[in-house]
Ligand binder design. Sequence first.
Ligand code: IVH
Length: 684
Amino acid sequence: MASAVPASVAKRVATLRASIETHNRNYYVLDQPTISDAEYDTLYRELEALEREHPSLVTPDSPTQRVGGAPLATFASVTHRVPMLSIRTETNTTPEGAAQFDARIRRDLGLAPDAPPVEYNAELKFDGLAISLRYEHGHLTVAATRGDGEVGEDVTRNIHTIRAIPLRFQSRKPPAVLEVRGEVYMSRRDFARLNARQEAAGLRTFINPRNTAAGAVRQLDPAMTAQRPLRFFAYGIGEVRDWDVPATHAGILDALAAFGLPVDGHRRIARGASELIAFYEAATAQRDALPFDIDGVVYKVNSLALQRELGFVTREPRWAVAHKFPAEEMPTLLQDIGVQVGRTGAITPIARLVPVFVGGVTVTNATLHNEDEIRRKDVRIGDTVLVRRAGDVIPEIVRVLPERRPADAREFVMPAKCPECGSAIERLPDEAVARCTGGLICPAQRKQALRHFASRHALDIEGLGEKLIDQLVDGELVKTAADIYRLTVADLAALDRMADKSAANVIAAIDRSRETTLARFIYALGIRHVGEATARDLAAHFGALAPLLDASAEQLLEVRDVGPVLAEAIHDFFAEPHNREVIDALVRAGVRWKEGPPQRAAAGPLVGRTFVLTGTLPTLAREDAKALLEAAGATVTGSVSKKTDYVVAGADAGSKLTKAQALGIAILDEAGLQAMVGQRSGTT
Ligand code: IVH
């Protein structure tokens, strides 16, 4: 029988919770603590003690429930009902980049030169990990990573440990659903303290705040996450139900702040290009003095009505841009140039450098892309070079410092034979890259292909990493991806540095990977040029594997965003008997996925709408107009009926137009068509 809890105790518990949440907010959100750490601890301990005495009073969103709990085996998947989009990066890293964005917006909105300036919300671009927080009736229910933008990982329990994130809204009438999007990050001071603690304890130190924050969120053990001092800034929203969405982005951020979410105070309304430029310059000047790392700024059109009007291009909104700071550059000595063999045999020259700290990490290797690039930059062994690294990008050589070239600097010579398998290296006349001709007999190519196959966004085989794959290939236990599924615990346990327990874990992960999706499977095959987005498009377009295997290059061209080069690469891949054998073997090994009907251009604003084209359009050929409509998801038919939604009429339109008019069907001209296909709908 549950013992009755005295009302006075229940009341005290409620008071303590409210007061602890207020102090969390003062500390983490407002940056204005009003009590000492010791006073905070006293309140916290009193609450803990009362909850221990009266377990029936514990609620999931009590501040005491932020500490974690038992570790997870894997993260569950979360499908984002509103995709987590990324935004375009302005490539011009001078202040002028801001003016280019403004010019594009004005052009896309069709504004006259003398029309008043567009209003933007300018924000800092926080360097951390994107997270979506789902609040239902004001309670935090699910927190997920971005993943591929459509499906992320459920990191709710880890996010619970972040005190800057309210477990419930400060609102008497919260929305039924509000997804808050933002960035988890670590402050510079917290990062320095964490590393000091690590060092004192004789543990390894962390490289930079961004990777540490991202790693902490993706810990399977929430107790580990709880030990990392993480913070959060909200910068947008996803799904919304039963909420009067403010008319501007700034209004949304104000509302989020009022609900108790941390929103950065450096955001500003900027009118027109000059104020964007001023914001960029101010952020550049303040950057080093900020309490957290940023890698640029973000501009967003403030009015949601204008955002809707601007819409999307492929998967990026037209109304926002990331304007990054120029990447940091540091000089160092180039000691040698080696080569690396990629998954498709591409030989990439790699600069071996005297280690240099740049862009937040120590760099020892940098890509030189290809021979032409080396000649163009006139890079020689022995040169002092400028090295650049930005975000997650592979470090690059910017240029040589010619005044520091020694007399004995040597030119790079592409080896004639693959250093991995001894096969000839060949460079086709019209290609920039040299390739190892060894194909899958080349262990380097095999290793890369297997690494890709097992990687997180492919078949996601946890524990099957670089070192293990190297051992498996070198020991000839695995030649193709299908061989992975024949491995036993005994095979793995016999390898170096592999305990029975870990061997069993890897085999279990391999077994779990059998259940996958068609899109992941296609991506995992490692077809040249086929990234995740294309793999998803192919899976949706064909619905099943068999029709994809047999598709002609022409049929492949019908897939969204697939051009001739890609169509050819896909076709050639499936035409290769060896690849078919591996695919068959994988299926025999039990790799499986759900198949469904083809969803041709199922995305797009015009899904379910039927169009008829008639007459001659001023600029678009009939075929192009049809392709545009279909790419946007519309069906185009030849004759007008009651089922027709729109008729696009050009010059000399005849009976179809008359019939449409008689039926009262909407009639568009070419400009109307362009507006409809350009305006991708749906998300904020
Ligand atoms: S807005 C649809 N605002 O930068 C708009 N992103 O692609 C979605 N980021 O990884 C993004 N600070 O996590 C936005 N103030 C900010 C941001 C920001 C950092 C990150 C974001 C994503 C990338 C943008």
